[in-house]
Design a binder for this molecule. Structure first.
Ligand SMILES: Cc1ncc(COP(=O)(O)O)c(C=O)c1O
Length: 415
């Protein structure tokens, strides 16, 4: 390969036209990954749906690409809801999350006609009832339960363990279902679990399914029409990382659930999954321009790029590992070990600890793949750095989908 192409467009042309740092999203990849979820779910004998977790990347064009394939939207704030609706998601396909939803979050969701609200604490049931009365609606809800499973992932993105800030402990989930059933404008529709994110072992899902099926049987909950297993499938960020394939993973989860329900003599609820990272992550690449290159006293060779922890906080937050590609010589063997640093005023602002790359020079263009999830959506403006622009690439064409933030825009908030 003579130079790196993204969606058929030269990375150098993208950087020249749209500047750096630049988020680049591959539309065909977003669509193919979305379809893989639907294909995997087809193996489930009852109704099923995949609902894209907008927190992974709430860029309207990204949500639109996914919703266009027939996925719903999972939102965790009124802001994500607004993005999902603007992207064309049907309100009834929207599932509303949050461990501390405000009245504004919930009333926006209820008034828009969102399909399901996932209730996360007891007080929320009365909140939904009050706001549903005001909107003259009966709101279907799921009760989020924490099964006490330690997912095989970083502790900061584990959510299904005892001690999680999310969901109800098992006994409280039963009380929540009872309470929901006693409210006139709340309709208890099922259970929800989300074990965590960047999960790489299907056995983690199997444990959750086993736990849920036993819980449903033990407490006579078989008539609840919906079972939502959340999201969490992991992706490869760097060479050597494991990546579970979407369709076979979904097929394995569906088979395990079907067998467990049959073995316990339970009816089959509608199955919902909420993927985020595994759809958006591999579809995104960030382009950076190299600036300063220097050797520290201990021999570390730093190449600093024009972004960093503001556009990708994951290495600093979770020690996430990424790789980088020199865009004009993607196939050239690396001879020098670099530490790719950002430009922020923090020593922890390092995107990649040690990577072998061809000799770098100021002005070189670097691509960091697998940055489509939890990068743009977690970006900050630390050091008053305007957030990057985003482009969608498809079949050799690029279109701007999110404007670069400006310093004037940042200052416009000041009063
Ligand atoms: C409730 C819920 N559903 C779905 C997701 C999406 O997870 P992932 O992006 O790992 O697929 C999350 C993310 O943390 C979540 O909290």
């Amino acid at each position: 390969m003579s130079e790196l192409l993204l969606g058929g467009v030269a990375a150098s042309a993208l950087a020249a036209e749209f500047g750096t740092p630049l988020y680049v999203y591959d539309e065909l990849e977003l669509q193919a990954r979305s379809r893989a979820y639907l294909a995997g779910l087809e193996s489930y004998p009852e109704a099923s749906r995949a609902v894209y977790a907008c927190k992974a990347n709430a860029t309207v064009a990204v949500i639109a690409a996914v919703a266009g394939e027939g996925l719903g939207a999972d939102v965790a704030s009124a802001g994500e809801l607004a993005a999902a609706l603007r992207a064309g998601a049907a309100p009834e396909s929207v599932i509303v999350h949050g461990n501390n939803k405000s009245d504004a979050d919930l009333s926006a969701a209820i008034e828009a006609g969102c399909g399901l609200v996932v209730v996360d604490h007891m007080g929320e049931l009365d909140q939904v009832e009050r706001l549903a009365v005001a909107a003259s609606r009966v709101q279907p809800v799921l009760v989020r339960v924490t099964p006490g499973i330690d997912a095989d992932t970083h502790q900061k993105i584990r959510t299904g363990h005892h001690g999680s800030k999310f969901g109800f402990a098992a006994a409280d989930a039963l009380d929540a279902l009872d309470r929901a059933g006693s409210l006139l404008h709340v309709q208890p529709s099922g259970l929800h679990v989300h074990l965590g994110s960047q999960i790489n072992q299907l056995g983690t899902y199997a444990k959750a399914v086993d736990w849920l099926v036993s819980f449903i049987e033990e407490h006579g909950l078989g008539e609840l029409p919906v079972l939502d297993l959340g999201g969490g499938l992991g992706i490869a960020h760097a060479p050597g990382d494991i990546e579970l394939e979407i369709q076979p993973s979904m097929e394995a989860i569906c088979a395990h659930l079907t067998d467990a329900l049959i073995a316990h003599g339970l009816p089959m609820p509608e199955l919902v999954v909420e993927p985020g990272r595994s759809i958006a992550g591999p579809a995104g690449t960030t382009l950076y321009r190299v600036g300063s290159i220097k050797r520290a006293a201990d021999g570390t060779v730093y190449a600093a790029v024009d972004g960093g922890m503001s556009d990708n906080p994951r290495p600093a937050l979770y020690g996430a590992r990424y790789t980088a590609i020199l865009c004009d010589r993607p196939d050239e063997e690396g001879r020098t070990v670099y530490t790719i640093a950002g430009k922020h005023c923090e020593s922890g602002d390092v995107l990649i600890e040690r990577i072998e790359l061809p000799e770098l020079h100021p002005g070189d263009l670097l691509a960091v793949p697998a940055t489509g999830a939890y990068n743009a959506s977690m970006a900050s403006t630390y050091n008053q750095l305007p957030r990057p622009a985003a482009v969608m690439v498809t079949d050799g064409h690029a279109r701007l989908v999110q404007r670069r933030e400006t310093v004037e825009g940042l200052l416009a908030r000041e009063v």
